[in-house]
Design a protein around this ligand. Structure first.
Ligand code: PEP
Ligand code: MN
Length: 362
């Protein structure tokens, strides 16, 4: 079924234990910080070390990574801890430098995988190399673009390939930095069942406190591994400070992970579980949306109070109901079902508005 030519990702001497754990700082900042973090990680049994050397930043002026000077630090990590090391690559220059300095793996970042020209450049630079490559999902929720990036890298002869799910950028307010939209990696797995998928709870959550639950969620969905940002002193990190955790905290999280099957590597992902998980996610989104809608209703209540406008305005109500019914129909949803939902929502909005107005009156 897979259209990719894949081989398992193996690191010499490292048995293929699930979940595969990759950890390290968002950015290599100094030689000391890189080495210190690596040693603490090695002490808790982490075998694959990550660190960003070239950092694609949203706005200029933020810390853009130390660049090539950091690569010998990673080489030291490798020599002194025995860990395998990897960096993000976004250009052919990055690939050449990474390989020259003995990186054991590389990953393509979310901003890069959104750009086919950049992915092709990286793919061309990887030609002839036998190195594991991890491809993050593009920042936008576009499965075809993600698969396209994987195909480009695979087309260059890279067979040790994995996907990293790091969530999707959204303008909506959400508890996540990048919305997980689990249905997208699930669909990726359906389309390419032999492709390992690693979860990146650090970039999904954006906050330390969310890492544990996101790791568990990824394990419940039978992801193949986790890539988690860690730092000896997370609050002082030069990039992504709010989402990094100490190696000690990482150990706690990993120790508490519940793996659903002792033979998890042999168990095919259970489709029913995945569908149920998707329902849970969608319901959560519905709840977030409802919460936001009630918040806006209350703001309307305050406006009406300040401007002496009555709560119920039947023309607006009729318009809303007609509009929602039309939109429902165009999506193939039953119009009676939608009418009853919106009647209930409207009722609650009205009662929220009157609560607000009564409070203002007091
Ligand atoms: C990173 O891994 O530090 C990184 C920049 O991630 P992403 O490409 O997912 O934003
Ligand atoms: Mn980061």
């Amino acid at each position: 079924m897979s259209t990719l030519n894949l081989e398992p990702i193996t690191f010499p001497g490292l048995e293929n234990k699930r979940p595969m754990i990759i950890s390290g700082p968002c950015s290599a900042e100094t030689e000391e910080q890189t080495l210190a973090t690596a040693k603490e990680l090695a002490a808790i049994g982490v075998k694959i070390f990550r660190a960003g050397i070239w950092k694609p930043r949203t706005r200029p002026g933020a810390f853009e990574g130390v660049g090539t000077v950091g690569l010998p630090w990673l080489k030291r990590v490798k020599e002194e801890t025995g860990m395998f090391v990897g960096v993000e690559v976004a250009t052919s220059h990055h690939v050449f430098e990474a390989v020259k300095h003995g990186m054991d793996m590389v990953w393509v970042g979310a901003r890069t995988s959104a750009n086919p020209f950049a992915v092709q450049e990286v793919a061309d630079a990887l030609k002839g190399l036998d190195i594991p490559v991890f491809v993050k999902n593009p920042v936008n929720p576009d499965l075809e673009l993600w698969i396209g990036a994987l195909e480009r890298i695979n087309g260059a002869g890279i067979t040790k390939l994995a996907a990293i799910h790091r969530g999707f950028s959204t303008y909506d307010k959400s508890e996540f930095r990048n919305h997980p939209q689990w249905q997208i990696p699930i669909e990726l797995h359906r389309r390419l069942p032999n492709l390992p998928i690693i979860s990146d709870p650090s970039h999904i959550g954006g906050k330390r406190d969310l890492i544990a639950q996101l790791c568990q969620e990824a394990m419940d969905l039978n992801f193949d591994g986790l890539i988690i940002e860690s730092h000896t002193c997370p609050e002082k990190a030069w990039s992504d400070a709010s989402q990094q955790i100490t190696p000690a905290r990482l150990k706690e999280i990993l120790d508490r992970l519940v793996l659903r099957s002792s033979k998890i590597g042999d168990t095919p992902r259970n489709e029913l579980d995945e569908l149920r998980k998707r329902i849970d996610q969608l319901d959560n989104q519905l709840l977030d949306t409802l919460k936001e809608r009630m918040f806006v209703s209350e703001a309307i209540g305050r406006y009406k109070y300040d401007n002496n406008i009555t709560i119920l305005q039947s023309r607006r109500y009729d318009e809303i109901m007609k509009d929602r019914r039309d939109r429902a129909e165009s999506r193939g949803l039953d119009s009676e079902f939608i009418t009853s939902i919106f009647e209930t929502i409207h009722e609650e909005s009205i009662s929220r508005q009157s609560l607000v107005m009564n409070k203002e009156l007091k």
